[in-house]
Design a protein around this ligand. Sequence first.
Ligand code: GLC
Ligand code: GLC
Length: 635
Amino acid sequence: MLTIAQQAAAARAFVRDRLAEAGTVLDDVLERRMDAHFERLYRHFTDVYGDRADCLEQLAAVVATAARAAAERSPDLRRLDAVREADPAWYLDHRMLGGVCYVDRYAGDLKGLRARIPYFRELGLTYLHLMPLFAAPAGDSDGGYAVSSYREVDPGLGTTAQLRDLAADLRAAGISLVVDFVFNHTSDEHEWALGAVAGDPRYEGFYRIHPDRTIPDLYERTTREVFPDDYPGSFVQLPDGRWIWSTFHRFQWDLNYANPAVFEAMAGEMLFLANVGVEVLRLDAAAFIWKELGTDCENRPEAHALIRAFNAVLAIAAPAVVFKSEAIVHPDRVAEYIDVDECRLSYNPLQMALIWDALATRDARLLSQALERRHATAPGTAWVNYVRSHDDIGWTFADEDAAELGIDGFEHRRFLNAFYVDRFPGSFARGVPFQENPRTGDARVSGTTASLAGVEAGDPHGVARVLLAHGVAMSTGGIPLLYLGDEVGQLNDHSYLAVPEHASDSRWVHRPAFPAARYAERDDPGTDAGAVFAGLRRLIAVRRSIPELAGGALVGFETHDPHVLGYQRPGVERTVLVLANLSDGPRVVAAERFAALPETAQELLTEAEVHLREGLVLPPLGFVWLRVQRAADGS
Ligand code: GLC
Ligand code: GLC
């Protein structure tokens, strides 16, 4: 029995011969990266495709694709590769700050976006996620998540050459470009999809197509409906009567990763994006890429193997690029995508949801429990901590965690949904329901940060809630993310109801156009926009000066008060203690709570000296970042 290393060595020799036959010789740089990463590529590729007689042929095709892409990489990006290989954990820096926007809505087109680079610098962004900007069907394209070509920028936004230039300009400004790798599905207008409909056998094999309902019915016994408003089930019918897998909308057709040609083709598209100058690829809908009869077809082991294989391809051809996982699933499952060899970054949907839970209930216990229990990730990886995204808020906490605190998950989700769409007496929130499913009782919530936090309702603590939510996202580690426009407190925009292709998707309520009027008020602290902006600017500036906030190490802090959240971010000699009051009244943190700490601390946001022996009063929705010397024993 050969060891994995021996098998991989034999496979590498096979691949080398195949490449040589095609006239491809790897240069020293690639050979070195093959030394480092080929074995894991082999391992994960064979985990999925090892039973096929042509497995090594297929693997050789993947390596050929990687070699081609590596050869096409620009000198600038090769330099970046070298820099990142020398400093692979660059994204753990405490100065990292992300922004996210739609090119058309925020800036008209790529030219307009480029003109906003000075503002992004002023804000302190080091990472910019541009929402899907490639060719997509006219009308409804799920916000561009139905991709018709991974290589052509939507002509309404600009050209691929402009995107390449933009990436370079951003990089020169210290900002890494982030785009989606929508690898679970293509649009029904992608050339592969058109080929499949036309009966081209190569492209029929790219999707999961069934002649009748027999197999679809079996799968649908166990799959979940993501967009039940649009259509039930996981399959849609083609004009010729056949059924095609389609997890999301009818025009988004899932790729068939059981076919290694799909892996090879998507590796090519991925490396094309890398060569445009993208530095972080957001793995859209990562949980869904592998289907297995009798399961919910989410988070399958093969999905992980495939992402790991893609990761190895990237490490060989474009090592500057890292993956960010988008898996909005049970927290145990979210964690499984986070690994240096899989996704170095991951959205933190649990923390996001629990910030909103804590604001609604004025009770920090679920959030605090999550921070203590579910926050740690492997060395070299980080969370992307956000307050809200372009998607809805789903209550993805674990029922078993809630039960420990005496909370019934189902009932609590019902409460949160009612609270955030203003169907609960006294609610400060003005959200909109999303995908209410009467059959399952499931629902999610749409809304901008300011509208959900009470600013729209004129609640006296609205602005403070916006700041508190960002104060948590900016102090728990990893990369905090701003949904651009939220820094000036943009409100819900109901004009989507008049747009036929958006009217049935309430997520558009929180994807407004550039809120020019609010930006115009941003320097006037007497306005909501100005108050939010000033508060966030302060958080951003102070955070940049706190090395303890780098990475993700976090320890709990017992406040003995459900209204007050507490946690510490330990540095080498000092620790930063964060305390946040979720309630609408002032709270006192008693002196005893600080008994183990030195007498004085520095409050970093106000630069005030705090005498801990006197206890601490937190105003309603107030929070502090206290820097304290660590005790000699390291506690
Ligand atoms: C991701 C996106 C979401 C989209 C879905 C299908 O979850 O965030 O906006 O609808 O994938 O691509
Ligand atoms: C589901 C999916 C997630 C997607 C979201 C869109 O939660 O798991 O991937 O972003 O729906 O609403």
